[in-house]
Design a protein around this ligand. Structure first.
Ligand code: AMP
Ligand code: MN
Ligand code: MN
Ligand code: MN
Length: 277
């Protein structure tokens, strides 16, 4: 079965509407899809309706931003969540509310290096979204011709240690896992090798994540090399975590992987969706 349990619509920082994401996934042969917008559930009903209209199975999801120790952050994907759960919705809203102040601080930092109007510029790209993400800033900076593409904007302006980066307090890992579990979902660590932490720190985090009830880890990631997929598989085995499949699609031409374009999952791992469908 072709599975994709991590992608974004224009409710967060994707380029397509939730229904467009669902139809594109169906056209590309995805049979089980989860939409996982950052810190929101607002696109799920629309995506579900469009995907189920093709006779396919849909899982409700969200990718939650969490803080860890000294200014590290991780992304935890909740799958099979109840989008109407009150504590989950309030928790996600608290993260979204914090994003606006952060966006102003990012813009202030960019102003210091002579880039004017970045808040308004990013907000234009976030017109349909419920959040402003660095991806929106990245599109604005590409528009201003400061970098040729979104990837290089991050390397030069938005990644940790670069002029437009600001520290930010996201949700705690404990809160995020409680919201996901309370809403009937399972928690999955997103793109494990895309964080600015070393391997030791990643392992410490994974131990805490698992002990707090985290159940899965993305192994077959669109943004991972074949070697990285194998490394994630070893982490899944070591920590006793189930495996997920994730394109992390944001839009045509912008992402590493299109919908459903993910590496194969090693046979011995337990798929996270087995108990969810
Ligand atoms: P934020 O949640 O506001 O910190 O923004 C994170 C988002 O920025 C990710 O979900 C991606 O959409 C995007 N992003 C982060 N790093 C990169 C990168 N190196 N290249 C392209 N997009 C990135
Ligand atoms: Mn994103
Ligand atoms: Mn992410
Ligand atoms: Mn993502």
């Amino acid at each position: 079965m072709k599975v994709d349990l991590h992608c974004h619509s224009n409710v967060s920082d994707g380029l397509l509407s939730p229904a467009e994401v669902a139809r594109r996934a169906a056209d590309r042969g995805v049979e089980l899809l989860a939409l996982t917008d950052h810190d929101d559930v607002a696109g799920l009903a629309e995506a579900r309706a469009a995907f189920e209209a093709r006779g396919l199975r849909f899982l409700d999801g969200s990718e939650i931003s969490v803080s860890w120790r000294d200014d590290a952050s991780f992304h935890v994907v909740g799958l099979g969540i109840d989008p109407a759960n009150r504590e989950l919705c309030e928790g996600l809203k608290s993260i979204r509310d914090g994003r606006d102040g952060r966006a102003h601080r990012i813009a202030d930092e960019l102003e210091k290096i002579g880039i004017h109007g970045a808040y308004e510029g990013a907000a234009r790209y976030a017109e349909k979204a419920s959040i402003i993400s660095r991806a929106h800033f990245a599109r604005f900076l590409v528009e201003r011709k400061l970098s040729p593409d979104v990837k290089r904007v991050f390397d030069h302006y938005l990644a940790k240690g670069k002029p437009g980066y600001v520290p930010h307090e996201w949700a705690s890992v404990e809160d995020a896992l409680r919201w996901i579990g309370g809403a009937g979902g399972v928690a999955v660590l997103a793109h494990p090798l895309r964080y600015r932490v070393d391997r030791d720190e990643l392992r410490v985090f994974l131990g805490v994540f698992r002990d707090l009830g985290g159940q899965g880890i993305e192994v077959a990631c669109g943004a991972h090399t074949p070697e990285e997929v194998q490394e994630c598989a070893r982490l899944a085995r070591h920590f006793g975590l189930k495996a997920s499949v994730a394109s992390d699609f944001h839009g045509p031409g912008e992402s590493y992987a299109d919908l459903g374009m993910t590496p194969p999952l090693p046979d011995d791992l337990v798929p996270i969706w087995r108990d969810l469908i």
